[in-house]
Design a protein around this ligand. Structure first.
Ligand code: NDP
Ligand code: 8X3
Length: 252
């Protein structure tokens, strides 16, 4: 029987690259995000290329009713999820705290923290019932070392870090794996979203060094699911060679 992987934020970047690697490795997928056209297009590509089953589910992780009804709508086959990849997330704005916009703060906290919780709240009971499961949370180097203007984004990822650690402890008795993968800078749509569509500012974030690409993280996401049942990777921090932490880069 093929594994079922539930991925939030599969329309772009790390989530999309993970969907491709899991499909290539013969897993069935539930792919989610807000942009339905992108979900449908990805589902079509993966089904045709890899002959796996792919279920697109369009919802906003910030909307707890949508999250609940999307997951409740799953058939028995699709409820048999093996891996939850909590990947949907974003940074909006890069401002000193005194210049920050409350709407940007709310978007980050609602997506990165509350969204991750809403999805986990619906899927953990399925894992407990099925006596199996693996939660992979995408954290960030921003949760290890804060940086100027990172304020609320960093705080949201510190919250993810705390949740990953406590989920691991709380779920011990159920044999559910919890892994946090904390990437450094990866060139995806992340910076375009952070800079609200300003592509020049976004690409400047990667000037002078070779950043990660989404596939670099996706390979690690897949890797942590390939280990024997008694082995759990609790955390991986993965950066480009030119980046040691949030603030230390070697640029040419
Ligand atoms: P992208 O912008 O390329 O992808 C983000 C994904 O999240 C999209 O598929 C988007 O889908 C989804 N998403 C955002 N908001 C919502 C929402 N409200 N509801 C549902 N889905 C949502 O960025 P990345 O791939 O880089 O980001 C993935 C994760 O990696 C994030 O958690 C990010 O914080 C983290 N990360 C990224 C790093 C980087 O440098 N790129 C470094 C460290 C961590 P849609 O718009 O269709 O809803
Ligand atoms: C995203 C990468 O360096 O902008 O987590 O915080 S960074």
């Amino acid at each position: 029987m093929r594994k079922i992987i539930f991925i939030t934020g599969a329309t772009s970047g790390i989530g999309k690259a993970s969907a491709k690697i899991f499909a290539k490795n013969n897993c069935d997928l539930i792919i989610t995000g807000r942009r339905n056209e992108k979900l449908l297009q990805l589902a079509d590509n993966l089904v045709n290329k890899y002959k796996v089953d792919v279920l697109p589910l369009c919802f906003d992780v910030r909307n707890k009713k949508e999250v609940k009804s999307a997951i409740a709508s799953l058939s028995e086959k699709w409820k048999n999820i093996d891996v939850l990849l909590n990947n949907a997330g974003l940074a909006v704005g890069l401002d000193k705290i005194q210049n920050g916009k409350i709407e940007d703060w709310e978007t980050m906290i609602d997506t990165n923290v509350k969204g991750l919780l809403y999805v986990s709240h619906e899927i953990i009971p399925l894992f407990i019932k099925n006596k199996k499961g693996h939660i992979i949370n995408i954290g960030s180097t921003a949760a290890k070392t804060v940086y100027e203007k990172g304020n609320v984004y960093c705080a949201s990822k510190f919250a993810v870090d705390a949740l990953s650690k406590t989920m691991r402890i709380d779920l011990l008795e159920h044999g559910i794996k919890v892994t946090q993968i904390s990437p450094g800078a990866a060139e995806t749509e992340f910076s375009v979203v952070r800079f609200k569509g300003d592509k020049t500012k976004a690409s400047n974030a990667y000037n002078g060094y070779k950043p990660l690409v989404a596939k670099d993280i996706a390979l690690n996401v897949y890797y942590v699911t390939t280990l024997p049942p008694h082995v759990c990777i609790n955390e991986l921090e993965v950066t480009a060679l030119a980046q040691a932490n949030s603030t230390s880069f070697y640029k040419y």
